[in-house]
Ligand binder design. Sequence first.
Ligand code: NAP
Ligand code: ZN
Ligand code: ZN
Length: 347
Amino acid sequence: MFNVNAYGATSATDPLAPLTIERRDLGPHDVHIDIKYCGVCHSDIHDVRGEWGPTEYPLVPGHEIAGVVSAVGSDVSKHAVGDRVGVGCMVDSCRECDNCQAGNEQYCLPGNTPTYGGTDRDGTITQGGYATDVIVNEDFVVRIPEGLALDVAAPLLCAGITTYSPLRHWGAGPGKRIAIVGLGGLGHMAVKIAKALGAEVTVLSQSLRKKDDGLRLGADDYRATSDRQTFKDLAGRFDLIINTVSAEVNVNHFLRLLRTDGTLVNVGAPAEPLPVQAFSLILQRKSFAGSLIGGIRETQEMLDFCAEHGIGADIEVIAADQINEAWERVLKSDVRYRFVIDVSTLG
Ligand code: NAP
Ligand code: ZN
Ligand code: ZN
């Protein structure tokens, strides 16, 4: 075991603070990553604040990790010292169930091991990327292609894959009309990726405050959900809607915007239920679905796709001592469009 500097929570309510945490020694299949940047995902806040259920403290969040390999275990074949790599929301899975075998480790039937707050094989609780170093099994480490800078690549490890996976699964592409609800970290990646896939993209945001940004990111249309006319104008229009909102919304209003056979995919993960009226689905054979991040193979495919299309996140780089302020701004939807921690400021 060795100690590393980190920034984390000691309770659900206290501000985050500098911490020292232990990492395991390098095993034969492990990669030691010198973390350079870590994105701030809204899930970090939900989780640390106990909104999804009880959490153990101290807890170091962070699952949008980008860094450089500083050492590899004796049996590692996939990565070498000096490689630019990333780690997303999971660091292990059973590897044996049907979903793991199919490359959908995120849906591992006994459960994947989350990057933080999960129970590792050795019984310890995993700690995330708001830290200087991390040890991860090589199979859960992906390559960051040359064309992508590490700071703008970090958010791809969660926000990127969480939107890429449902866009691909539900066939976003030329001739498809897609709406993205919420222009935050996930939403802005969804706009860029859906556009690069060739779809027609509409942003549905609470207001028109970020309209210029939305159009610059690639949206063809941008509407305010605070304006009732939006729901009249766009009724029956979309093949696919991706809801990225971190809070409760009335999904019935959005289901009305789908055409026959359309699908509303929820990736936003508020603790509150999202009640659906049966008739919102029945009348035009509509679907209400969910989606969780993406598998490791698909995460690599997404990174390669983003590099090929020149897609990184739009970021605001912060120092470690600005994390609490950044969290407050995320909670106020005041983020353009991902905060990324410069880990060198952790000392
Ligand atoms: P974020 O940056 O805070 O973006 C969320 C956006 O939702 C905001 O920018 C805002 O967009 C909109 N919003 C916030 N509060 C709202 C409200 N009360 N009513 C209507 N709209 C509201 O968060 P994020 O990091 O993108 O994460 C979004 C959600 O996805 C979180 O719940 C997170 O836990 C979840 N998540 C899920 C997965 C998965 O695998 N399914 C992975 C990562 C994250 P506008 O200002 O444009 O309205
Ligand atoms: Zn996340
Ligand atoms: Zn499994």
